[in-house]
Write a protein that binds this ligand. Sequence first.
Ligand code: SAH
Ligand code: SF4
Ligand code: F3S
Length: 472
Amino acid sequence: MDFNRPNLQKARKRTDKSIDIINFKLDDKYKDLGLNKKYNVITFGCQGNEADSEVMSGILEMMGFTHSEKEDADVLIINTCAIRENAEDRFYGTVGGLKALKQKKKDMIICICGCMAQEEKTITKILEKYPQIDVVFGTHNIHMLPEYIYKQMETNKRVIEVYSEEGNIIEKLPHIRLSNKKAWVNIMFGCDEFCTYCIVPYTRGKERSRRPQEIIREVEDLVKNGYLEVTLLGQNVNAYGKDFKDIDYTFSNLLLDLSDTGIKRIRYTTSHPRDLDEATMKAMQRENIMPHLHLPVQSGSNAVLKKMNRKYTHEEYLEKIKRLKELNPGISITTDIIVAFPTETEEDFLETLKLCEEVDYEGAFTFIYSPREGTPAAKYENNITDEEAHRRLDILHDKINAGYLKGNKRFEGKIVKVLVDGTSKNDPNTLCGYSEHNKLVNFKGNVNAIGTIVNVKITEAKTWFLIGEQVE
Ligand code: SAH
Ligand code: SF4
Ligand code: F3S
């Protein structure tokens, strides 16, 4: 069979080739392909994948498909994540479970996309063991979904097309967003950091920024349509604009221009500590840029940071935090930490714990290092046992949980602004939403408040959420 296979080593290359900006347009021949048919998308991984899934839903609805439960879907898409081994295991568990469904519903088209599709080893495994998968495409060609579905329907043969090039930018994409108040907005794609443990620069291609006017237009449209919050997405948003050759326009410029659109709340993720600059910290003083920063540190040990290719030291990181707090008093800071990176000693780990105290994190995503085939760290000698890795993770959890509670406690007795998402999962009489500092708040209030921003008086702080009452 003739198809385009991915190649991780090819995906590693970075050139000066200029980026093409392609405007998406649905070809007439695909317009009715989905009439009387249904679709569903299962999403693993980060917000980048969630945003991509919203785009694929948008494309499918343009083709006439309507959304359904996965059991009833004629087209089922699984958007995968390759960041750690357990993400990959979860995907294989899900696909295994689809075998029976496919036997019952023979016409169902199962599509795989996302970061795992960019890895050769996934393609090999699919070819060998998973005949139930009909279409495979990667992170660079989701806009070609209509063509792949068409081809599969016409020929009833497997379609596999994954590109390993650096990637282009596709504009004018449709979205079916999960929320009508909060939106993801991609501001850039790819990553050029090459942290030694990480697969993302291989699966997402080179760093490339959307043009400011495209992003501003998207946010202006969201404001017109009643959206209250945007989260700007990129693997390293602080590198935004560094790839522009014709204009001098960086992340802080974008933040200020987006703040001027009048959107009520702007958040962004993820920041790389090395590229976080003073201008961005100052831009965060704007009222509609939320007082929360997720600033992944990964480790507190300089030796480990060096091995990870993070390009900053413990001290430099702390210096940035200090300045950030000076400019934005009360800001909430969260992070990502990896334990048991190869070569991490007990002393290195203690440095990480020390840093947690110095920064006063109010939350963190913590992970045990997972070797990723094709990355430099996968070749490092690793003699940390699973047991030891879990011991470190448990100790870190205790430290981080204490930070969560302390960060929540400071709001007891205070009034906070909450964007109300809906009723609480566990109690339909309770409303829930997030405060400006990104704290989950469960509170007694009026159901009419759903979809608006209201004042809530905090009566009690728990580790994972705040409890309160709506005030006028
Ligand atoms: N671009 C973002 C996040 C990328 S992935 C950033 O740099 O902050 C999210 C988190 O997954 C990372 O911050 C890191 O903590 C974790 N991660 C990435 N690769 C990993 C690996 N191989 N093993 C364990 N955790 C990993
Ligand atoms: Fe991965 Fe590092 Fe890029 Fe984040 S900055 S996506 S951790 S390579
Ligand atoms: Fe996973 Fe790819 Fe996102 S590896 S974390 S889905 S960039």
